[in-house]
Design a protein around this ligand. Structure first.
Ligand SMILES: Cc1ncc(COP(=O)(O)O)c(C=O)c1O
Length: 411
């Protein structure tokens, strides 16, 4: 054999054949793990890196799997632009780093995911940004908290964690227009299935894709969606601070997204039925679910709900999370967890139903008094509903309330 016909070991190992033009369409996307992309010449590299030509040069800036996924999120949110980041916290960081400067002031809802509060209330002051909490159930007070010319942003959750207060987004947008600040919304609990905040006039939306959008608890990711008027340099800011999502995670999230509609619909209806069931149980002191008629912010639901989802809504479902307060005189949290067999995960949005205990997880950084001022007590349990049959779930919840605590866990 003529050894000269073969390429060298280095050529074989380092070769990167361009994919043949496929004549049939693959059923799932290719995964482009490439860290860099060869450009035709320095001028092309300059144009791509400067955003004047579409294409990819360096993975931290952009890559095909991220671009595909971001486009799907853009369409789901009816947004002008979308960006994927390596976590929900990175999504919030991108908005903050793009929008705020030393000397600015911002308002943050007192009902926020704990780490979002820590980022805004403890990290931003290090950069000379001042922060004031507001109560979304008392919008009149926002007028007094605004600092004319200095208040640049307001942060709120569409449906807040863990007691599911629904924000009056149209009213907050009106306040923003009146006082000249932008409104940024964490839509993680609502997802674009239940609410598309940009359609209500909100300026920025972010979500943790790690939750229901991906739905399989096997990656961390976030999204930012926004309008052309404010989008500016946020992509460059996200790249500079290293906030982008990796190709493999984008592939997985895109796969998770294929079943998103079915999962959120089923899980939300399970949540709604469970909220009604829990409301009738003597071991339960209070139930929090925005679809229940007595929920304090029930009247805001119709103002935020995406009309397509709302029109198919036979059980007053709004999201897949329910919180309730156990009567600790009758049943301990440990007994509920052990007897129900529902897995305790400090997260939400999986295919299976999971449970969280805010005092020991999302709100553990607060004192007992602070927790109680938010309505969170040692007996408060948050359930993130999955796609099981409701009959199975009702059995598990009943067992949690009255059953033998030695039942094996489903972890
Ligand atoms: C409502 C909400 N927003 C944001 C986040 C942060 O997302 P991630 O964990 O993907 O950074 C979480 C995480 O639990 C959350 O529950």
């Amino acid at each position: 054999m003529d050894q000269d016909k073969f390429p060298t070991l280095e050529d074989v190992c380092l070769s990167n054949p361009v994919a043949a033009n496929l004549t049939t369409h693959p059923s799932s996307p290719a995964i482009y793990l490439a860290a860099t992309y060869a450009c035709a010449d320095p001028r092309q590299a300059n144009r791509i890196l400067g955003g004047e030509e579409s294409g990819f040069a360096y993975q931290r800036d952009a890559h095909p799997n991220g671009a595909r996924l971001a486009e799907k999120f853009r369409l789901l949110h009816h947004a002008d632009h979308a960006l994927v980041t390596n976590s929900g916290m990175a999504a919030l960081s991108a908005i903050v780093l793009h929008q705020l400067r030393t000397g600015d002031h911002c308002l943050i809802s007192r009902y926020m995911y704990g780490r979002s509060s820590v980022l805004i209330e403890q990290e931003l002051p290090k950069f000379g940004i001042e922060v004031t909490e507001f109560d979304p159930s008392d919008l009149e007070s926002v007028h007094q908290l605004v600092r004319p010319g200095q208040t640049k942003m307001l942060f709120v959750e569409t449906i807040a964690n863990p007691l599911l207060q629904v924000a009056d987004l149209p009213a907050l947008v009106t306040l923003g227009r009146e006082h000249g600040f932008q409104v940024a919304v964490d839509n993680t609990f609502a997802t674009p299935y239940w609410c598309r905040p940009l359609e209500l006039g909100v300026d920025w939306v972010w979500e943790s894709v790690s939750k229901m959008l991906n739905g399989h608890s096997d990656l961390m990711m976030g999204l930012v969606c926004g309008k052309s008027t404010h989008w500016g340099r946020i992509r460059q800011v996200a790249s500079t601070w290293g906030l982008g999502a990796a190709p493999w995670d984008c592939f997985l999230a895109e796969r998770g997204l294929t079943t998103f509609g079915l999962r959120i619909d089923r899980a939300s209806h399970n949540a709604s039925l469970a909220a009604q069931f829990l409301s009738a149980q003597p071991q339960v002191k209070q139930v929090f679910y925005p679809g229940l008629p007595h929920h304090p912010t029930q009247s805001n639901v119709k103002t935020i709900a995406n009309t397509t989802a709302w029109s198919n809504n036979s059980t007053n479902a709004v999201g897949n999370v329910v919180a309730f307060e156990l009567d600790l005189q009758q049943r301990s949290v440990e007994e509920f967890i052990s007897a129900s067999g529902i897995a305790y995960f400090p997260s939400l949005g999986e295919c299976g139903t999971t449970l969280s205990h805010p005092c020991s997880s999302s709100h553990r950084h607060l004192t007992e008094v602070q927790q109680q001022s938010l309505g969170i007590y040692p007996g408060t349990i948050r359930l993130s509903f999955g796609i099981e049959s409701f009959a199975t779930l009702r059995e598990k919840i009943s067992a949690g309330l009255v059953g033998n605590p030695s039942r094996p866990r489903n972890t």
